[in-house]
Design a binder for this molecule. Sequence first.
Ligand SMILES: O=C(O)CCC(=O)C(=O)O
Ligand SMILES: [Fe+2]
Length: 367
Amino acid sequence: MSFFGTTWNALGDIAMWAHEEVSIYRRSKKIQREKESRDALVRLESAEYQTVEKVTGISVAEFSERYLMKKEPVIVADGLKDWQAKQLWNFDYFAKEFGNMSVQLQDAGFKPKSNVELRTYLQEIASLPAVELGEMGNDLDYLRYTYDSFLKHLLFTWGLGHRVKTDSFSFLAFQRIQDHWQRPYFLPESGYKIPWVQVGSLHPNKRMCQDWGLYFSAPGACTRLHVDGMRTNAVLCQVVGRKAGWIFSESLEDVVRNTAEGHADLSPSVDSSIMQQSARQGRQKDRIWQFDLLPGEIMLIPKGLSHEVHTLSPSISLTYNFLTNAEYRDYFDFKSQRGHGWIANAPIAAVPEFERIYQRNILSSMT
Ligand SMILES: O=C(O)CCC(=O)C(=O)O
Ligand SMILES: [Fe+2]
């Protein structure tokens, strides 16, 4: 990319960010959320429950029309077909290439935890036995992203990262293993609002996108229920191991957050008129998607939807966020109403009433 192209993209990023922050700040007093959900049980029980669809060989146009624009999650089962990462990446590879680095782990809610040697961490998790969805290890820390200074962060997001010296694992890995991965084949080349790419092509392996991360996690580790900070789309690219969990429709955002955080009435004895009314309203739009993500697959987590992710076997994944031009209006209106993303203070998988619902649905999908 030319110097002018890079400058134009960087200015676009800054202008977008400033415009959104001001707009959201001006509306922030009007942002309301339901702080308690009295009809949570009936809403969760009457929601349409389905598994995330898997497709292969999908075109950019079809992906956009059927999934991206409709905020419908999907797993592209041959998503990593052109990636060298599929052959090259495993726990030994990262231990060999980056093992001496010190990395800071995080808990299930992105809170910073201890610093450890990368090799030690990888060796500890690499051979742990697989678990089933819902089996959680409470003190299993996650390697998601290791920060460097704000200035370096900006340089990486503007595509100038190759010039920067860094001691952070995430930043160094981004520089060194660029050729192992690329923009997924079903995503458009250009026409992005986030990151700003109006001319030329987006190369997410050259320019660090929002929420970019190489994630390493142990069976039983979890990323608690949340909406991504900027409410943009995420692609979760699964290179090694298996992950599973749920994505919830936007209509269920407050219900699931209150359920996870203990602000929901989950007793079956709630006033029957409330139940009938919410069942009627809910049936039209409340949806819960369960996913099962395998190596080689890429899942779209649509913009603004709440999700919780559980690691079932030792896992390496790569993720980043984006927003295309055509989605901008919808994104902006929704974000203006709801504000920034959030992360629940407890996992929804630990709520027995929710567990009953998803176990029942797993069983019924097997018969
Ligand atoms: O893989 C995970 O544990 C979390 C992924 C996620 O939430 C995302 O990519 O937005
Ligand atoms: Fe997320």
